[in-house]
Design a protein around this ligand. Structure first.
Ligand code: URA
Length: 246
């Protein structure tokens, strides 16, 4: 890849700042002389220094955000705050975007990445990636509701959902439930409950494939995934030594 692209991916400056750095001799690639922005380097083999500091190249970024209510799952919006506003400056040069959409009032696990292939894999309906939510629902959620979710629900627009899993944690005037679905239709969980005559009062995504939301992350908190967590997200399970959550 080009040297200036490598340096930009490392987040050390803008393209024009990088050109100036190279010209000023502040960049060094072992075994290479006469550096120019357009020379090709091997990001896996070449060792690159900027201002005497060794750089380590990372192409992709994988972030876990505990999305707070009030933020759109988008990179930019004219009116509302977006999840990208919560991404620290140091990660912005990777150009991360949210994987899928949570409603503005939904909280919880939101993955941001610049890995388009992974995003596609997680979102493609053919892969049936399970997404688990905690919800608080107005009214008593009963066995008939659980059966209806498991059979799939005919939504008001005529769409027949795939089978979901509804588990009651606590029933009451406001019931606490866990719902798992493998699709991501617009307002899907709210609409599924609406079809059995109930209103979702609170919704939080707690798991995507094998990856659980880190409950130590406060709303608005964000951090990089560990390798084990990435494996849990991709494969639903972790084979790396000592890794994973359940
Ligand atoms: N289902 C919904 O209704 N809203 C979400 O944000 C996610 C799933």
């Amino acid at each position: 890849m080009r040297l200036d692209k490598y340096l930009a991916d490392c987040g050390i400056g803008t393209r024009s700042e990088i050109k100036k750095m190279i010209r000023a001799g502040r960049v060094c690639v072992t075994g290479r002389e006469k550096l120019r922005p357009e020379i090709q380097i091997d990001e896996n083999a070449d060792v690159v220094f900027a201002d005497g500091k060794k750089l380590s190249y990372q192409k992709f970024i994988y972030l876990m955000l505990n999305k707070p209510a009030g933020y759109l799952s988008a990179t930019w919006d004219k009116r509302s705050p977006v999840v990208l506003d919560l991404v620290p400056e140091e990660y912005l040069h990777y150009e991360p975007f949210p994987v899928g959409r949570l409603d503005i009032d939904t909280e919880g696990l939101c993955i941001l990445t610049n890995d388009g292939q992974l995003a596609h894999r997680l979102l493609s309906p053919v892969n049936h990636i399970p997404k688990m939510y905690y919800a608080e629902v107005e009214g008593f959620v009963n066995a008939a509701d659980c059966r209806a979710f498991s059979e799939g629900i005919l939504l008001e627009d005529g769409y027949q959902t795939k089978s979901g899993h509804l588990k009651v944690i606590e029933d009451g005037a406001v019931s606490k439930v866990q719902v798992t679905i493998t699709e991501g239709k617009f307002h899907q969980i709210k609409r599924m409950f609406a079809c059995v005559g109930k209103t979702v009062l609170y919704l939080k995504r707690i798991k995507m494939n094998g990856l659980c939301l880190d409950e130590n992350l406060k709303p608005g908190g964000i951090r990089e995934l560990t390798l084990e967590e990435l494996e849990m997200l991709i494969n639903g399970e972790c084979h790396s030594a000592g890794g994973g959550n359940s």
